[in-house]
Design a protein around this ligand. Structure first.
Ligand code: PLP
Length: 344
């Protein structure tokens, strides 16, 4: 029995078109700025997201960490949501790399408003770190793929400007948000100084993310990338797949969203599981296990045994993620397997 893997959209494998493009990619040494395929990817991405320049980086984590390094000095304060990826899943880079101090915003389903920022405002004081940067995550991973709308982002952006904060978007799944809202990704990216997007999740490229911003910022970012060991040579082999991700794989994310909806609506009817359907807006389903006799890791293990892999992200919280390597039939088969295992 082939397991159906719903742990993450990072599990997507490159498409046949990507493999062909990788095999045939025109390459050069990208540290010298001479890889034509990387240059094309960076130019196309900058145009698509409405920014002056882009930098191809090995991972989303490196993209976010470079953004922290760009916008802050050691000892500065970075404002970010308490469930954000940068705070939870980047190995403490806030402290160990950027030497900054997080100030947490306790949002509602990953989101917050201008009033939450105003509540953190303090008069300048010699004792206090300098607030320098605000980060936002769209879609929000731990909240279950929740989308920030254009209006919500713009309100927070205006507050960030009033407070003198730079504004960074962790847009690992920005294209999911754009597809869900039916808006151009550039509209969602516009209020931010810098933006990170992943190519290796729903877009199915094997490796890579992009950091976007002004020409000056991306020039500086290139130096930070080199320092962090992210200067790659004939990286056009990877960028070729990323280009296909941007050109051909965005629209199909809608299918993943439909599949997540199907999973969520069915699982919401199983007694002992809670799924807030209003939060199932993209390709992630967050399920809370509300039973005394079963917790998240135990349920995940039970599903695994039945041939469906999901993530346990907390004692009572499992996550299912749909992606291009999970078909409609796989979704139906996964539900069948999980239902049987759940009943047992
Ligand atoms: C996956 C992810 C990242 C990091 O990307 P990697 O390529 O895995 O380093 C950052 N932010 C969010 C919201 C993510 O989901």
């Amino acid at each position: 029995m082939r397991p159906i893997d719903l742990r993450s959209d990072t599990l997507t494998t490159p498409t046949p078109a990507m493999r062909r493009a990788m095999a045939e990619a025109e390459v050069g040494d990208d540290v010298y700025g001479e890889d034509p395929t990387v240059n094309r990817l960076e130019e196309e991405a900058a145009a698509l997201l409405g920014k002056e320049a882009a930098l191809f980086v090995p991972s989303g984590t490196m993209g976010n960490q470079i953004a922290l390094l760009l916008h802050t000095h050691r000892g500065d304060e970075v404002w970010l949501e308490a469930e954000s990826h940068i705070y939870w899943y980047e190995v403490g880079g806030l402290g160990s790399l950027a030497h900054v101090q997080p100030r947490l915003i306790f949002g509602r389903n990953g989101k917050f408003g201008p009033q939450d920022l105003e509540a953190l405002r303090e008069p300048p004081d010699i004792h206090r770190p300098r607030p320098r940067l605000l980060c936002l995550e769209n879609t929000h991973n731990r909240a279950g793929g929740v989308v920030w709308t254009v209006g919500e982002v713009e309100e927070v952006a205006a507050a960030a400007r009033r407070l003198g904060l730079a504004f960074h978007l962790d847009g690992a799944r920005l294209f999911n948000a754009a597809v869900a809202l039916k808006v151009k990704p550039s509209v969602l990216a516009a209020p931010f100084d810098t933006v990170m997007v992943s190519l290796s999740k729903g877009l199915a490229a094997p490796v890579g993310s992009l950091l976007l911003g002004s020409r000056d910022q991306i020039g500086e970012a290139r130096r930070w990338r080199k320092l962090l060991g992210g200067g790659m040579r004939q990286a056009g082999i990877l960028a070729a797949a990323g280009l296909i991700g941007l050109r051909e794989m965005v629209e199909r994310l809608e299918e993943d969203h439909l599949h997540a909806r199907i999973l969520a609506e069915e699982m919401a009817t199983w007694p002992g599981l809670n799924v807030d359907l209003s939060l199932v807006q993209t390709n992630i389903v967050k399920v809370t296990v509300a039973r005394e006799d079963l917790d998240g890791p135990a349920l995940s293990a039970r599903f695994h045994e039945a041939g469906v892999k999901v993530s346990a992200l907390g004692p009572r919280f499992i996550r299912l993620v749909t992606h291009k390597d999970v078909s409609r039939r796989d979704v139906e088969e996964a539900l069948r397997r999980m239902k049987e295992a759940y009943r047992a």
